[in-house]
Write a protein that binds this ligand. Sequence first.
Ligand code: PRP
Length: 186
Amino acid sequence: MRERMERILFTEETIQRRVKDIGKVISSDYQTAGAAKDIECRPLIAVCILQGAMMFMADLMRAIEIPVEYDFMSISSYGSSTSPGAVRLLQDLSHSITGRDVLIVEDIVDTGFTANYIKRGLLARNPASFRICTLLDKPFRREETIEMDYVGFFLEEDLFVVGYGMDYAGVYRNLSYIALLKPEYK
Ligand code: PRP
């Protein structure tokens, strides 16, 4: 598939190095927070937002050095000019998050509609804490404000990227790097 790519933005090595760094920071942050509570903490719940975050989730979980449980959520966006930012829940969590530390794992945050929809829905279930980790962030595309707690890389240009979980028409998610598709393949 390499010949279909115009340019590689983040190589496998760059991604892996950054994921390990984020994993260390997350481990340290939650360890400190747990100690401060001075109670027997239940493990962090990491929530993978399907499908794009699957690769990032798998690597990030191996880079986290504290006990962690997983869960999965699937969200679909069907926004249009009449209902911009409309998103719908396709698959909900399997576990209760009430009183738990929740970390959302996203591949990319763009307009912020999806992340805000998730945040609103999950805060209503009264977690002990709620944070969001995204591999890529396009802050200049934001239409709804939302704070990211952990960001892998910022994209300052409006580039359509594929690979490492991200797709074009459902394909290219299995690339181990993040790249730009050649126009003739779009
Ligand atoms: C992508 C990404 C986020 C969302 C971000 O999902 O995984 O969930 O878009 O966009 P936003 O900030 O503009 O809401 P997508 O709808 O492409 O589905 P996928 O993860 O299944 O590829």
